[in-house]
Design a protein around this ligand. Structure first.
Ligand SMILES: Cc1cc2nc3c(=O)[nH]c(=O)nc-3n(C[C@H](O)[C@H](O)[C@H](O)COP(=O)(O)OP(=O)(O)OC[C@H]3O[C@@H](n4cnc5c(N)ncnc54)[C@H](O)[C@@H]3O)c2cc1C
Length: 410
């Protein structure tokens, strides 16, 4: 069975990403190589005293966390328009995979996977944000049909005999999970002397020589300027509104959660379900410590609003997810639905992977955006690498050369 990232499946074929283990992943492409990326001035930046991070999704909070703990002790301000993790970072599944990634992000993903484990160890992430190792399966079933033979190796919370085919996509050595919103909130708390401002950044302010001066922030019907030596834009799908030369596209995705009375065994499920009406649906199901999460397909029916808090939820789509996953489990059919939600997936319009590094045409403005369906997995590594770039002038813990934002303008 091939595993396709469901939430990207409706993109133009050139943009379809494979979420399953990449056949082209070769060890020689994954070893971290030191990389020096300079801002367009071609001089290394002086050690920044004040860094502003724009956007409190998982990429922004991870970046703020690593910056705040850097030995050079920059003052770090995180500016978030709505609330921490109010976008995709609070509404994602939370699957982490060690080795499912293509060449461009393989090294970033390996670093991130290790960082997720060490953050969980250091800050009791197992209890605080539900970090745990998982078995990841792909299952096939059909509504109203019980296959004649029993398929072994499927979780006990599925309907008896409902699975007609099972494939193993990941083991407890190579896949894990977090509760993304709880992770973000905890990482903000564990940041050192981090200032968090709830406000909307309307502009990046530059000096005549294109060096950054700060940002203009709107809040409480007032506009205020905040000075900075370095500005980092981690605004997910909104990134292009501040940086028009960074091509981040977006699609809306719906998801639901169902409360569980007892802990459900740790299996992530990529499903292929044939419905009675002949359609095939492919929800992803992630049991957590006290709930089960499921997400469906993406759509482009509602444009990205100015604020994440104003994202429109189509409850009909959420109810359809519940109906679809009810085929596989009585627990899901009978459980209490505790959230019906939607968010916007940020993905890179051109080329593979997110854009991470200095923004071309500006000095001391960095970006990390367009992480597609792997932002939860790859955020800690992104934050660490950006911190190296900003505070040390070079990225040394992974090879993300092909993610340089300058690739679009050369
Ligand atoms: C349904 C679904 C399931 C997913 N499942 C997984 C998964 O299992 N594993 C995985 O690794 N990834 C998953 N992802 C992908 C992951 O959710 C995203 O890649 C990730 O959340 C992107 O994080 P971000 O910080 O870049 O963006 P966002 O989470 O969108 O955060 C951007 C933040 O910036 C703020 N902002 C925007 N503009 C401004 C401004 N001008 N001023 C101030 N603040 C601003 C917004 O309010 C928002 O909070 C999933 C995505 C979806 C949609």
């Amino acid at each position: 069975m091939t595993s396709i990232c469901r939430i990207c499946i409706r993109r133009p074929s050139s943009l379809i990403l494979f979420r399953g283990p990449s056949p082209s992943l070769r060890p020689e492409n994954t070893s971290p190589k030191p990389l020096l990326i300079r801002p367009c001035s071609s001089k290394l930046p002086p050690m920044p005293k004040k860094v502003v991070v724009v956007g409190g999704g998982i990429v922004g909070v991870s970046t703020a966390y690593y910056l705040s703990h850097h030995e050079s002790s920059p003052t770090v301000t995180l500016i978030e328009a709505s609330s921490i993790a109010c976008g995709a970072s609070g509404k994602a599944g939370g699957l982490l995979a060690l080795d499912w990634h293509g060449n461009d992000t393989a090294s970033l993903a390996r670093l991130s996977y290790q960082l997720h484990a060490s953050l969980a160890e250091e800050f009791n992430g197992r209890e605080r944000w539900g970090y745990r190792e998982l078995t990841t399966l792909e299952i096939s079933c059909a509504e109203g049909k019980t296959p004649s033979r029993h398929v072994a190796g499927v979780p006990d919370w599925l309907r008896d005999g409902v699975v007609s085919k099972v494939g193993n996509l990941g083991t407890t050595q190579s896949t894990a999970q977090v509760h993304p919103r709880r992770f973000c909130e905890a990482i903000v708390k564990e940041s050192k002397d981090l200032e968090v401002i709830i406000g909307h950044v309307s502009k990046i302010l530059l000096h005549e020589d294109k060096k950054v001066k700060g940002v203009e922030v709107e809040f409480d019907n007032k506009t205020r300027t905040i000075d900075a030596d370095v500005v980092v834009v981690t605004a997910g799908p909104w990134t292009t509104r501040l940086l028009p030369n960074i091509p981040v596209s977006t699609q809306r995705a719906h998801s639901i959660t169902i409360a569980t009375q007892t802990p459900v065994s740790p299996y992530a499920l990529f499903t292929n379900i044939k419905m009675r009406n002949g359609s095939v649906v492919t929800p992803e199901i992630y049991p957590r410590l006290d709930e089960i999460y499921a997400c469906g397909d993406v759509d482009k029916l509602a444009p990205l609003p100015k604020f994440a808090k104003d994202v429109k939820v189509d409850e009909g789509r959420c109810r359809q997810i519940v109906k679809n996953i009810s085929v596989v489990s009585e627990l899901l059919e009978k459980g209490e639905v505790t959230a019906m939600q939607a968010c916007y997936l940020p993905y890179s319009e051109i080329g593979p992977g997110p854009s991470i590094g200095w923004v071309p045409g500006m000095r001391n403005v960095a970006v990390a955006a367009g992480h597609s369906c792997w932002g939860i997995c790859n955020a800690p590594g992104t934050g660490k690498l950006l911190t190296e770039l900003i505070c040390e002038g070079r990225i040394s813990s992974a090879n993300i050369q092909s993610l340089d934002p300058g690739r679009y303008t050369r």
